[in-house]
Design a protein around this ligand. Sequence first.
Ligand SMILES: *[C@@H]1O[C@H](CO)[C@@H](O)[C@H](O)[C@H]1NC(C)=O
Ligand SMILES: *[C@@H]1O[C@H](CO)[C@@H](O)[C@H](O)[C@H]1NC(C)=O
Ligand SMILES: *[C@@H]1O[C@H](CO)[C@@H](O)[C@H](O)[C@H]1NC(C)=O
Length: 513
Amino acid sequence: MKCSVVLLLGAVSVFVGDSEPARILGLFHFNGKSHFTMFESLLKGLAARGHQVYVVGHFPQKKPIPNYTDIDVEGTLPAITNNFTITMARGFGYLNLFDFIWNTNREMCRSVLQHPKVQSLINSDAKFDLIITEIFGTDCFIGLSHRFKVPIISMISSVILPWGNDRIGNPDHPAYIPNYFLPYPQHMTLGQRIINTLMVEALKLGHYYFAELPMNELARQHFGQDMPPIAELKKKTSLILANSHFSLNIPRPTVPPFVEVGGLHIQSDGKLPKDLETFINESKDGVIYFSLGSLVRAETLPKDKLEAFISAFSELPQRVLWKIDGIAGLPDNVRTSKWYPQFEILSHPNVRVFLTHGGLMGTQEAVYAGVPMVGIPLFADQELNIRNCMAKGTAVLLLYDSITKERLSSALRTALSDPSYRKNAEKLSRLFRDRPQTPLETAIFWTEYVIRHGGAPQLRSAAVDLTWYQYLLVDVIAVIVLSVIIVFVSLYVIFRKIISTCAGSMSRKLKSN
Ligand SMILES: *[C@@H]1O[C@H](CO)[C@@H](O)[C@H](O)[C@H]1NC(C)=O
Ligand SMILES: *[C@@H]1O[C@H](CO)[C@@H](O)[C@H](O)[C@H]1NC(C)=O
Ligand SMILES: *[C@@H]1O[C@H](CO)[C@@H](O)[C@H](O)[C@H]1NC(C)=O
């Protein structure tokens, strides 16, 4: 394991390819830490390749990195990292979730655009060769690609969202591609296909009306009144780098500018702090690692759930590492911290099970490390991620509302003692890692490709320019159906005419006889 981790890192410098050093501007208005870890991997990788990288974001580097400059807007928004209560997370039904993704996200964008550092960037005559931004709730910075006249690459820290496909003409056929927001399998029932189809279309419309139209206003205000609508600008996206991979998510058809780099954020020197390594080393029966992710504070779990966890853990021979803060009276085998080096822990051979909320980043880390999971999804795509792993035999699902000590113990027992989970997890790990290039090399190659070829218009599919009825062949089918109808009607009229003429002459003949 250690070996492959080192390989993952070392590979960047071995990568051959030639590109002039470029000036690259990363623009990330949303302050989701897990999102940024993916973007940061590429930005650092590009700086290490000798490009000059400038980054507007909420997570400045703690130690300066050569060729990487932070334009830091930290503190502009209320922190969300480690600032969600369980109640907030569980309250993310669809309505709240879309309100957050579209409306709250736009207001976040508004605050970031007003930041003095961002204002002076927007109004400067700085020259860049490329902009890298995020597809999430709102296309906050897409107007800057127009203002600076540079190509744009969009990254997405999840599986592509329904409103991310059309801008590059990427297929998203709802018959066999369940959308991000539904925990459906690849093979959907009729009912699931109906819901999936309606949802994909409704979300595209919803995004247009609730996210894109109001964003047009904001963009004109900041990037100039002459700015074309975002609907036009986003069609100039040169490349999308998505955090998915067919081994874990589903195989999907993609156009050339859609590149899957699932697991890009997994970068590590493989080192654990000494005391943690000792703690894990010395656990005869292995270790369970438990985290509900970077947003949620596990200490806000209701009392009955907390007690269920604690009493289930107290009966385990395994040691438990739990990302939680300020909980007293825990059994001796449980150790807690506000923050853990998650991937390094999961990579330790003595870690037997990952008890997780099923966020995509953590799921990918467990998949990479070949660790079985017990998943307690809370919101968004978490249930989809856990169900994907269940389908591959590497995860046990435990619904939050049904958590009791008995169910938790039984789920953990299954994942710990049924050897098929480990075997399947190791198999999935091999599939996830078996690629011609690492995700970082892939992302760097395509980023430099876009720079080398001035936005790489040769990648662009004509599907981007079609209207919906052209794309769905409605006009073609209409013409064909109409032609067939005309032919049949004409034949019918002609035959009737012939028959009536013949019949007329026959009856005249009969009469004259
Ligand atoms: C920074 O970029 C320049 C070229 O833009 C390159 O010559 C230099 O080696 C880079 N520095 C590092 C430490 O990578
Ligand atoms: C946490 O969230 C609350 C409410 O959303 C907010 O008022 C507070 O400032 C946040 N905490 C930090 C450290 O930003
Ligand atoms: C943990 O175990 C590994 C393998 O046995 C060993 O190489 C490492 O030095 C140990 N670490 C500590 C801190 O004891």
